[in-house]
Design a protein around this ligand. Structure first.
Ligand code: BGC
Length: 766
């Protein structure tokens, strides 16, 4: 979208420049960001320009690594954000010389202020842009609101709440001096072995796109002008969510057709929603690393989609063009390939500025290319108000971080994101029972998920704490502590569990995974933590079986970040709850569901496969995918995309089309009446899927095309209507044209993607 040139009438600008009290126009806040960039850019030297494209890790972060790591450790990997040949004490001087324009992972407002103060001493006084992985709240900063993980948010199918959480995250970031959230992660997660599934919105292109847009709208709030909004970042472009062998950053070979129909749409929608930054993916795509991929970042992103913001590299991935992918024999060549492909900022460190200066001086990269990159970066800084308000008021954080309103949003998201998968009439639990609770994730902080550092104990409600707080006085809770590590449960504890559980009326076992990045040894999920199997880690199943052996009805609660395949649990647990990583107030939300104060309403944004051997198990597979069967086990999923139970029942009427026959350029709509036939109020997520009956190019057996979350009182009915536009029906045809092919389409509406849950009707396109 083009911005108007003038924010103020010409007369005002004229007056402003005649009586300009500012030393230069770019310092004048009355002028538009665009005019200020026009003034500033020509004043900059080449070094200062490239300095804007140069990002470093926060100095305190580096100092910690310098203190704790040996030189050998620093050189062994690039995970720590240390620069073996550059001591942290030298960095302030680089800022002063205008050689650094951005930082990441500055987790303390005092440090942010210090860095900005140093930047203000540079020749032009250009403030720094500070980025951070505020993926579900500003979790790397202590005291922030930890919202449920993105996968949990996606399970809520509630865009308003996701948008609201993002508005609040922006506030919590700005008060700590950060201006740029490296989110939304709109990767399509198709392999649950991959450690990063929990930070995505799941496997479906449409749902991921909707969620991504909600995050962008919340963080940027349009033009991100002012001091309460932040830049969003669409990442990782592209296709890293289905990595070879499930291992982070491994290659991705994907057809152009699949790129266009499965992986591109959430990113295109992000651009249409005005996202101002993109991040390149770690992986190679069809032989060309994303970081050197001109097709992606120039042809598609800028030329076809009209993206006007800037692109940042991912962590040291320009360096990996040489060191890992081996497409560039030197660092200078790597920098050339990245900038030439369309990358505008380097994450992170000292190996970018000098090579790029040389490339421009030699004429291999034009100064116009540099200007284009710097223009976007400066535009962002002006719009964010950084030239006026780079310093933050460190006393204001207390009223904003983890305040009541933010806690309420986190709680609502958790209530709506937790998914009830099985219930043999055991839930909700009546008052007055003796409840036995155990499991490694029952009383720890794993429910916060990845991209979080340690948080104040009092901010986090564990599951045991939640159960104790919500239980009626007549209910007793016997917590049996087996340690807080999913990897490590003492055999004696497992042996003792059966006898202890026998004393109770009902048992709750909380198992799952651990993606806490500060618990390096205990982690079983998260960035760079892939698994070759997707069942319960270690001895957790043995613990569940031990409790179940007591004969007491056993409720299994999963606190985990990605689909977990444990058929025995599905068959034998009296109830199964997928809590995902429900955030700081997750323990409360879960307890409210267990005791029936909240009626569960989450729905799976990802399929739960039968085992790792069953991968790839996505709901929108091609017709021929599961025609042949496995000889060594069932060919089925444990749970389907969109699954999720309630304590009430929803009944769907027949689906009706308003027009059953249309032309390719026309629209129709489908309506169902949903009735809450039970005695409890409840929320339902009504889902719309389509299938093209016959097409020249094979189509998925179903594709999500719409959803609505509705609240129905007991016995209440409501009509739900979905528009069916040409875009709902179109696909890339034999010649890769996006169009509606005449023929019949099956329109399906229901409570999950499961065939038996869907009402179908046929739409004819003539
Ligand atoms: C991740 C990115 C993240 C960046 C900065 C990388 O390792 O892939 O998603 O934004 O680190 O922390």
């Amino acid at each position: 979208m083009k911005k108007p040139l003038f924010k103020f009438p010409l007369a005002v600008i004229f007056t402003a420049s005649v009586f300009n009290a500012y030393a230069a126009d770019y310092k004048n806040p009355a002028l538009t960001a665009e005019l200020r960039v026009d003034d500033l850019l020509p004043r900059m030297t080449l070094v200062e320009k490239i300095g804007q494209m140069n990002q470093f890790v926060g100095i305190e972060h580096i100092k910690r690594s310098e203190k704790h790591l040996s030189l050998a450790e620093m050189q062994a990997g690039d995970a720590h954000g240390v620069y073996p040949n550059l001591h942290s004490s030298k960095i302030p001087n680089l800022i002063r010389k205008g050689e650094i324009g951005s930082f990441l992972h500055v987790v303390d407002p005092f440090e942010a202020n210090r860095l900005q103060q140093i930047a203000s001493e540079s020749r032009l006084g250009i403030p720094l842009l500070i980025g951070i992985d505020a993926i579900h709240g500003n979790g790397l900063v202590s005291g922030s609101t930890i919202y449920p993980s993105p996968l949990t948010m996606a399970s809520s199918w509630n865009l308003d709440l996701v948008r609201q959480a993002s508005v609040e995250t922006a506030l919590e970031m700005r008060i700590n001096g950060a201006h740029w959230a490296f989110t939304p992660n709109i990767d399509i997660a198709r392999d649950p072995r991959w450690g990063r599934v929990g930070e995505t919105f799941g496997e479906d292109t449409y749902l991921v796109g909707e969620m991504g847009v909600a995050v962008i709208e919340g963080l940027q709030q349009g033009d991100f002008i002012g001091s309460e909004k932040v830049l969003a970042n669409a990442k990782h472009f592209v296709a890293g969510g289905d990595p070879l062998n499930g291992l982070n950053l491994s290659p991705m070979d994907v057809s152009l057709r699949s790129l266009k129909q499965d992986f591109f749409p959430p990113f295109k929608r992000a651009v249409d929603a005005g996202v101002f930054t993109f991040m390149a993916a770690h992986n190679e795509i069809n032989g060309v690393p994303a970081h050197a991929n001109r097709f992606l970042f120039t042809d598609v992103l800028r030329d076809q989609w009209g993206f006007e913001g800037f692109v940042v590299s991912d962590w040291m991935d320009i360096e990996r063009l040489k060191g890992l992918h081996r497409v560039a024999p030197t660092q200078k060549e790597a920098v050339f390939q990245a900038v030439d492909a369309g990358l505008d900022m380097h994450m992170h460190g000292p190996r970018f500025l000098k090579p790029l200066i040389e490339l421009v001086e030699k004429g291999r990269i034009s100064e116009a290319r540099i200007d284009a990159a710097v223009r976007s970066i400066l535009l962002a800084k002006f719009r964010l108000g950084l030239f006026e308000n780079a310093q933050v008021d460190t006393t204001a954080a207390a009223g904003i971080m983890f305040n009541d309103q933010h806690q309420q949003t986190a709680l609502k998201l958790a209530r709506q994101g937790i998914v009830l998968l099985k219930n043999d009439k055991v839930l909700p639990l009546a008052a007055g029972q003796k409840i036995f609770v155990t499991g490694p994730n029952a009383n720890n902080h794993t429910l916060m998920g990845d991209w979080v550092f340690e948080q104040p104990e009092e901010n986090i409600t564990t599951i045991v704490e939640g159960l104790k707080a919500v239980a009626k006085p007549s209910t007793s809770i016997d917590y049996f502590d087996v340690g807080d590590q999913v990897k490590n449960i003492a055999p004696e504890a497992i042996a003792a569990a059966t006898e202890r559980a026998k004393k109770a009326d009902v048992a709750i076992v909380v198992v799952g995974s651990n993606s806490l990045r500060y618990d390096r040894k205990g982690k079983t999920a998260g960035e760079n933590v892939a698994r070759s199997s997707i069942n319960l880690f270690g001895d957790q199943l043995a613990l569940v079986k031990a409790v179940h052996a007591s004969g007491v009805p056993t409720i299994v609660v999963l606190v985990n970040s990605r689909p977990l395949a444990e058929p025995w649990v599905v068959d034998n647990a009296a109830a199964l709850i997928e809590a995902w990583e429900p955030g700081a107030l997750g323990g409360q939300a879960l307890a409210e569901i267990i005791f029936g104060e909240v009626n569960p309403s989450g729905k799976l944004p990802i399929t739960v496969p039968y085992s790792a051997g069953h991968l790839q198990s996505v709901y929108n597979h091609k017709p021929s995918a599961f025609v042949r069967k496995y000889v060594d086990g069932p060919t089925k999923n444990l749970f389907e995309f969109g699954d999720g139970l309630s304590y009430t029942n929803f009944i769907y009427s027949k689906a009706k089309l308003d027009r059953s026959s249309i032309k390719p350029n026309q629209s129709s709509s489908v309506t169902v009446t949903v009735t809450n036939s039970g005695n409890r109020d409840g929320d339902e997520v009504v889902q719309l899927y389509i299938r093209d009956k016959f097409s020249r190019v094979t189509r998925p057996v179903k594709e999500l095309k719409g959803f609505q979350r509705i609240r129905l009182k007991a016995k209440e009915s409501r009509k739900v209507t979905f528009e069916i536009t040409p875009d709902t029906l179109a696909y890339y045809d034999l010649d890769m044209n996006w169009r509606v092919e005449p023929g019949e389409f099956v329109i399906m509406v229901g409570s999950s993607s499961r065939k038996s849950d869907l009402k179908t009707v046929t739409l004819r396109v003539k």
